[in-house]
Design a protein around this ligand. Structure first.
Ligand code: C5P
Length: 219
């Protein structure tokens, strides 16, 4: 069985998907980290983010790998573990720009389908239920109010010592949502056969339980 979890930025997808995967002893694949790794490389090498050909070529000529280490998923750009570099606001914004390029998405689709080939995966992203794994047995669309998503991210960043303002974060999440929902290729939308789970005001564990119940019903 494969489980697809999609939804907007900050809905709690990675945390929830990771927990669901570990409960079911499935493999967790965070597709956002792959777009983020590419975005990091563009940023790191100071390449022109608005040039699709350059960005697409960069992906073609390098390797992104997901590696499990001590129960956590790490993302590698060639031999560099970039996991701790990919969550900054700059990389987040860049990620939604590289993700709007058709030639980048085509390559990512191949990589992601390959990763899911063995089955029993929980994959999270924006287009998993609609494009990457349209035949997934369980599809979840996870969402929450913008305010709550921004607050969650703000608390995370605050704990890491960042000084970011909540209002700025809310604006950035709104911008990222807009780009993700309005791009030409594989925009973020709920698949017709996905179950909507609104996580506003619900704890992570409650969300995980709901999804496990849905898996039991549908699997
Ligand atoms: O999920 P996360 O916020 O880490 O994803 C970073 C960015 O990557 C998103 O804003 C989105 O633009 C892009 N993305 C995507 N399709 C996916 C996963 C992520 O377009 N399947």
């Amino acid at each position: 069985m494969n489980i697809a979890i999609d939804g907007p930025a900050g809905a709690g997808k990675s945390t929830v998907a990771g927990k669901v995967a570990s409960q079911l002893e499935y493999v967790y694949i965070d597709t956002g980290s792959m777009y983020r790794a590419l975005a990091w490389a563009v940023y790191h090498h100071q390449l022109p983010i608005d040039d699709e050909a350059t960005v697409s070529e960069l992906l073609q000529n390098n390797e992104i790998r997901l590696v499990r280490k001590a129960g956590q998923q790490h993302v590698y750009w060639n031999d560099t573990d970039v996991t701790s570099f990919i969550r900054s606001n700059e990389v987040s914004q860049y990620a939604s720009i590289v993700a709007s390029y058709g030639s980048v998405r085509e390559q990512m689709l191949v990589l992601q389908r390959n990763l899911a080939k063995q089955g029993n995966v929980v994959m999270d992203g924006r287009d998993i239920g609609t494009h990457v794994l349209p035949d997934a047995e369980v599809k979840i669309f996870l969402t929450a109010s913008i305010r709550e998503r921004a607050e969650r991210r703000w608390k995370e960043l605050l704990a890491k010592g960042s000084q970011v303002q909540l209002a700025d974060l809310e604006k950035e999440i709104e911008e990222r949502d807009y780009r993700d929902m309005n791009r030409d290729v594989a925009p973020l939308r709920q698949a017709d056969d996905a179950v909507l789970v609104d996580t506003t005001g619900i704890s992570i564990d409650q969300v995980v339980d709901r999804i496990l119940q849905i898996c039991e019903r549908m699997g």
